[in-house]
Design a protein around this ligand. Structure first.
Ligand SMILES: O=C(O)CCC(=O)C(=O)O
Ligand SMILES: [Fe+2]
Length: 415
C-alpha cells in the first residue's frame, strides 16, 4: 500500500472518512479469515454462550486474539499504520483490535448511546476504552463485499465536524457530541472486500443487518494518537498479544500486562495541592504514611466485560466513602504496580472553593503541595512510592486529556 495522497488526506478531513480500494489482496484476506475461524473454533469469542455457526449472532473476536499470527498480520499492517499516523498527525497506538463476524440474520448496529438515533451512532464515548481518547480513528477492512443484502456500512459525510472539543479551565477537554438531528443523511460507503475505510472518531455511521446467507466479516480496529490517552482507562492486552503487536522493535500498545487491575486511586487536585489520606488504625506502621484516596475494584465494574478497563464507578464510590467528595468524572493517568497486581490511577481537578470533607472515623485526609510530596518521598512516608510520578504525568501538558465517565453515569439504567 502506498502512502496516502494529499487528496486522500484532504478527503478524510473534509468528509470524516476516506476509502482506499484494494489494500488487501485475496491471499491476505484468506489468511486473516483463517485466523478468525481458528479463534472462533477455539471458542475465544464473545458471546461464549453461542457456538458458531448459530444464526443471527454477532460474534466478536477481540483483544488478546491478536496473538494469532494471522490476526496480528492485519493489526500490524505497515501501510495501515502509516496511513493512521498520517491522519492522526502522531505515532499511532492500537487501542482496540476487533473482528465482527455476523452470521445470517444478525442485526445491524445499535443506536447512539445518548439516544438520538435508533441504529446510527458515533463511537466517541466517554465510558468506552478506545472511544474515550480525543484523537483516534477507525481502520475498517471488510473481508467480503458489503452489498445491500449482507448489510452495507453507511456513513454521514461531514458529520464529524458537528462534534467539537473544548478545553475546560482545568486543562481537561470536553466533547460536545453532535446529535442525530443535525447530521447529514447517511450514504452507502460501498465497501468491497479488501478495501480500507479510515473513519474519524466523530463520524456518524451505521452497519446494516445481515440478510444474506453468508457471514459478514470485518476487522474494525481503532488507532489513537500516542498523546491522546483513553480518558476512562484502556483495556489491557496480555503479554502474548503485546508480543504479537511488536514490529520493528516497537510495541503498538503501551497498555499490556498479565497482571490484573485490582485497585483504584484518584489524584484530586485543588489549587495546586493534592489530597492524600492516611489510616488511623494501628499504633505504628501507617501513622505517618500517606497514600492517594481510593480502594478496591468493585464487582459492579466487572459487568460489561468489553468495557472492563473503565473502573471509574469503583473509584467514585471509594473516594466518596473515604472523603465525602463526589467526583462526576475523571481522566486516566496510568497503571502502577502495587504488590502483585495493578492500581489504576485517574485524576480529577477540582475548581471553585475547597470541598468540605467528611472522612470516616478511620481516616484522615489532607492537602499537600508537590514539594511536600517530595519531602514525604525523601522521608519514605509515601506508602506506594509512585505518587510523584503520577503528579508529573498529570502535569505533563503534552497529553490531550478528555473526560472519562463511569458506565453507570454515561449509560443510566445499565446496572
Ligand atoms: O457493522 C458495521 O459495519 C459497523 C460496526 C460499527 O459501527 C462499529 O464497530 O462501531
Ligand atoms: Fe460504530
Amino acid at each position: 500500500m502506498e502512502s496516502l495522497s494529499k487528496k486522500q488526506v484532504e478527503d478524510f478531513h473534509d468528509h470524516g472518512y476516506v476509502i482506499i480500494h484494494g489494500v488487501l489482496c485475496d491471499e491476505e484476506i484468506d489468511r486473516i479469515k483463517s485466523g478468525v475461524m481458528r479463534r472462533i473454533h477455539q471458542g475465544n469469542v464473545i458471546p461464549r454462550s453461542q457456538s458458531y455457526p448459530a444464526p443471527a449472532i454477532t460474534f466478536t473476536i477481540d483483544r488478546d486474539n491478536v496473538e494469532d499470527p494471522d490476526l496480528a498480520y492485519i493489526a500490524t499492517h505497515p501501510g495501515i499504520i502509516h496511513a493512521a499516523e498520517t491522519l492522526l498527525g502522531s505515532p499511532a497506538i492500537l487501542s482496540a483490535f476487533v473482528c465482527y463476524l455476523k452470521t445470517p440474520g444478525a442485526k445491524g448496529t445499535s443506536g447512539d448511546y445518548q439516544g438520538s438515533h435508533p441504529t446510527a451512532h458515533q463511537d466517541y464515548k466517554t465510558y468506552q476504552h478506545a472511544g474515550s481518547s480525543l484523537n483516534w480513528l477507525f481502520a475498517i477492512t471488510p473481508l467480503g463485499d458489503l452489498d445491500e443484502k449482507i448489510g452495507p456500512l453507511y456513513v454521514s459525510p461531514g458529520s464529524h465536524k458537528l462534534s467539537s472539543i473544548r478545553k475546560m479551565g482545568n486543562g481537561v477537554h470536553h466533547v460536545e457530541r453532535a446529535q442525530a438531528e443535525k447530521v447529514a443523511p447517511l450514504v452507502n460507503a460501498n465497501l468491497r472486500k479488501g478495501d480500507l475505510l479510515l473513519m474519524h472518531m466523530f463520524c456518524w455511521h451505521e452497519g446494516g443487518p445481515n440478510q444474506a446467507n453468508r457471514d459478514r466479516i470485518g476487522i474494525y480496529n481503532k488507532f489513537r494518537a500516542a498523546n491522546a490517552p483513553p480518558a476512562c482507562g484502556p483495556n489491557l492486552f496480555n503479554e502474548s498479544a503485546a508480543k504479537a503487536l511488536t514490529t520493528n522493535n516497537r510495541c503498538l500498545t503501551p497498555h499490556h500486562s498479565d497482571r490484573h487491575v485490582t485497585n483504584t486511586r484518584l489524584l484530586i487536585e485543588h489549587d495546586s495541592k493534592y489530597l492524600m489520606v492516611r489510616h488511623r488504625r494501628g499504633e505504628d506502621a501507617c501513622q505517618d504514611s500517606w497514600e492517594l484516596p481510593g480502594g478496591n475494584l468493585q464487582p459492579i465494574d466487572l459487568k460489561r466485560p468489553h468495557d472492563a478497563g473503565n473502573v471509574i464507578h469503583s473509584l467514585e464510590q471509594n473516594v466518596c466513602e473515604q472523603t465525602g467528595i463526589e467526583v462526576p468524572w475523571m481522566t486516566y493517568i496510568g497503571d502502577y504496580a502495587e504488590g502483585e497486581t495493578l492500581c489504576r490511577i485517574y485524576a480529577h481537578p477540582l475548581t471553585g472553593k475547597k470541598p468540605d470533607m467528611k472522612c470516616n472515623t478511620d481516616e484522615r485526609a489532607e492537602w499537600f503541595s508537590a514539594d511536600q510530596f517530595k519531602q514525604f518521598a525523601k522521608n519514605r512516608q509515601l506508602i506506594n512510592g509512585y505518587e510523584l510520578q503520577v503528579i508529573d504525568h498529570w502535569l505533563d501538558n503534552s497529553y490531550l486529556r478528555g473526560v472519562g465517565e463511569s458506565k453507570r453515569r454515561a449509560l443510566p439504567g445499565i446496572t
